[in-house]
Design a protein around this ligand. Structure first.
Ligand SMILES: Nc1nc2c(ncn2[C@@H]2O[C@H](COP(=O)(O)OP(=O)(O)OP(=O)(O)O)[C@@H](O)[C@H]2O)c(=O)[nH]1
Ligand SMILES: [Mg+2]
Length: 372
């Protein structure tokens, strides 16, 4: 029941390496290697991948980067897509039974957004029966890249069409969660992101081995038009504190009752937690503010992890605000005609922008309808 990890661009490769440094690594093949493919357009990034993980056949680089532009990434990916798909095909053959893919990439970088979108499209076209999960990282709110909002818009358009579940990771939110008073490093942000991802990667009692990711997909993103997902986690030695922090974190996600949640999964490290705290279910359910039409909106799972903690995955209407925070800026820039030549030189023209704005409007409408 294997999952093949595809880590794209600097952000994807860095998070991928952190995922694989877990003990035991979650994508292990029968021969001890990992079902992992690393893709970047800058050789220096791939140089960081240890030789044991970077088999010649599972890496791809096309010096010298995509300059933070979706269109450049997309056009470059077009030229190399056959080569990349051949690497993916070989990796599928190394698995016992491949059920799908987890792609990790940023929505702001040229390689992450462009290659990430193109590879997602090609995988879904060639292997329509397999699951495709995208872990897509939203940029920090300001100061990163003048065309970041365009990159997010155009990548979300493609992912909405071809992905089965889009796990939205917000660098700004993760940074704020960690902040306190001190400065937060990217390594700390990544550590938190990987900790949040454990709900997809860990084995737990209620689900067949290595199938957590596909079960979360079925529960959280069961409606194909509304398939985004937020993850969170709390780890402290005191389980009661973990429950309280989870409730607080979920409440923030629901805008303290402003947004509804379609569905969710909660993974606890404490097998007796539901007995110890019989109110856990009602506490979490209350803070999630679930839609009325879903009679069984949440599943509770247990892992036998030594580290005490709680992970959660929820599909919540608040996702719309996170996407709009970038795409509204894109709309303003688009009306002013700003930076459009960066895209037209790679044949991404106004009709693609118009269609992407339509997709985002449709996502907003579909969430409204599902959460009414
Ligand atoms: N969480 C996290 N975000 C990262 C990391 N590295 C880059 N990013 C974010 O990713 C975005 C930039 O994307 P990159 O992955 O650096 O770019 P790329 O995909 O390599 O594309 P190009 O360099 O433009 O070809 C920004 O929003 C960064 O904040 C990382 O290690 N962790
Ligand atoms: Mg790069």
């Amino acid at each position: 029941m294997a999952c093949v990890g595809i880590f794209i661009g600097q952000c994807g490769v860095t998070i991928g390496l952190q995922i694989l440094s877990n003990n035991p690594p979650p994508l292990t093949c029968y021969d001890g290697t990992q079902h992992a493919i690393f893709i970047d357009t800058e050789i220096k990034v791939l140089k960081r991948v240890p030789k044991s993980l970077l088999r010649a056949k599972n890496s791809f680089s096309d010096f010298p980067g995509c300059g933070g532009c979706f269109a450049k990434g997309l056009s470059s990916a077009d030229s190399f897509i056959e080569q990349i798909m051949e690497k993916i095909r070989t990796e599928i053959e190394r698995t016992d039974c491949c059920l799908g893919f987890m792609l990790v990439h940023s929505l702001c970088g040229g390689t992450g957004s462009g290659y990430g979108s193109r590879i997602t499209q090609e995988i879904k076209t060639l292997y329509p029966e397999m699951f495709v999960v995208n872990v897509a990282v939203l940029p920090f709110k300001t100061g990163e890249n003048p065309i970041q909002s365009y990159n997010v818009l155009l990548a979300v358009d493609k992912l909405q069409e071809y992905s089965d579940m889009i796990v939205l990771v917000e660098n700004s939110v993760v940074g704020q969660e960690l902040a306190g008073k001190q400065k937060v490093s990217m390594a700390q942000v990544n550590e938190k992101i990987v900790s949040n991802l454990q709900i997809l990667l860990k084995n737990c009692k209620q689900v067949a081995k290595r199938c957590a990711i596909w079960e979360v997909l079925k529960i959280v993103s069961s409606v194909p038009t509304v398939k985004f997902c937020f993850l969170g986690s709390c780890f402290s030695r005191n389980m009661i504190e973990n429950v309280d922090r989870t409730v607080r974190s979920v409440k923030q996600r629901t805008g303290y009752g402003k947004f509804k949640t379609l569905s969710g999964v909660v993974l606890s490290s404490d097998t007796k937690l539901q007995l110890l705290d019989s109110r856990l279910e009602s506490k979490i359910s209350k803070s999630c503010n679930f839609v009325d039409w879903n009679p069984f909106p949440v599943e509770f799972w247990c892992s036998q992890d030594k580290k005490q903690g709680i992970n959660f995955a929820i599909n919540n209407e608040g996702i719309v605000e996170s996407i709009l925070s970038e795409t509204d800026t894109a709309l303003l820039k688009y009306h002013a005609g700003a930076y459009l030549h960066w895209f037209s030189q790679y044949n991404v023209e106004k009709d693609q922008f118009e269609s992407a704005f339509e997709t985002v409007n449709k996502i907003v409408e579909d969430y409204k309808y599902s959460c009414r």
